[in-house]
Design a protein around this ligand. Structure first.
Ligand SMILES: [Zn+2]
Ligand SMILES: [Zn+2]
Length: 326
């Protein structure tokens, strides 16, 4: 494989964002699995504790068990940063674990939920929407309206509605790799081993890949990448942490790394592209990294000659550059 020559001062890596490729700060987040929570809910039922622990519980009062004869149905609109953060899977799990029926979907302004079931279970569900919300989400408002009971079975994530009223941004900025994805990247036996575009419902690109809301793969730049069978299975599995992870990808079906000279000649791919790009930066080259949001020009901040050359090209003799620490 050809190596970048010393006269090759610019190289192009068909990469994601530098931030996304780098090992970023781990987000400490305690995440109970769906099954754990199902067990916890059953335990609460057995002990008579009101699931969700609503603040309206009065001491000494006989707490309500799911299974009362009272039923209700609510239409709920959730506002805030609730798309691209695993919020629909969260809603799905909270509903299913309580035996509720209905559906959840994204709309242009947030998330819409139609939920029906036991009176107390629905109350507990509403409490859990905020209390158990995914770490990257931010719920700023819940609009709750009663609806007429209807015949319904099961709970589903349904196709996004594109008619919702747009109320402020509901998509987060790109999210640094979570600890579970990092573990997979560093696991030689994992099918995403060393794959820099690994992501899940808790991390990965968001704002920079979305073409329009509601946030669905079809309306992101990832729509060009057809999921392989393994990724599609994870995407469709409610018990999987990549359930409805819109940018999900793997080495078989997702974006790949390519390193090119300034003239466009392909030098290397995959891990070798990354290694050669790092070597080139170390040897004083300026590397243009094509990320999901554009290009980043990168050089060794301690290399005086490279920084000077970058200043000349950018016509920025004095103004400080952003410095990245790894
Ligand atoms: Zn992740
Ligand atoms: Zn795949």
């Amino acid at each position: 494989m050809a190596r970048p020559g010393s006269n090759t001062s610019e190289m192009f890596a068909g990469a994601h964002s530098m931030q996304f490729m780098q090992v970023a700060a781990r987000r400490a987040r305690q995440r109970r699995s769906w099954d754990d929570r199902r067990v916890a809910s059953r335990c609460r039922l057995m002990t008579g504790e009101r699931p969700g622990g609503s603040a309206t519980d009065s001491p000494g009062r006989e707490t309500c068990l799911w299974g009362s004869s009272r039923m209700k149905r609510l239409a709920i609109r959730v506002r805030g940063t609730v798309q691209g953060v695993g919020f629909r899977p969260h809603v799905y799990r909270e509903a299913v674990v309580r035996g509720l029926v209905g559906c959840v979907s994204n709309d242009a302004g947030g998330v819409t939920i139609d939920v029906q079931g036991d009176d107390c279970a629905v109350d507990s569900f509403v409490t859990a929407l905020r209390a158990e919300a995914p770490a990257a989400s931010r719920v700023v408002g819940l609009e709750i309206d009663p609806s007429d009971l209807h015949a319904a079975r099961g709970f589903r994530i349904v196709e996004s509605r594109i008619d919702g009223e747009r109320v402020g941004p509901s998509l987060p900025a790109d999210l640094a790799p979570c600890s579970e994805c990092l573990r997979e990247i560093h696991d030689p036996g994992n099918r995403r081993s060393a794959y820099p575009f690994t992501n899940c419902t808790q991390c990965g690109p968001r704002y920079t890949i979305v073409d329009e809301l509601p946030y669905d793969r079809a309306r992101t730049t990832m729509s060009h990448f057809l999921m392989c069978d393994a990724c599609a299975r994870e995407y469709a599995d409610p018990g999987d942490r990549r359930y409805h992870a819109e940018p999900t990808a793997c080495p078989r079906c997702g974006p790949s790394l390519r390193l090119r000279t300034a003239a466009g000649r392909l030098l290397a791919t995959a891990e070798q592209a990354l290694a050669l790009a790092a070597e080139a930066i170390d040897s004083g080259a300026i590397v243009a990294i094509k990320g999901v949001g554009g290009y980043q020009l990168v050089c060794d901040a301690t290399g005086e000659a490279a920084v000077l050359r970058l200043r000349e090209r950018k016509r920025r003799p004095d103004k400080p550059f952003a410095v990245m620490f790894g």
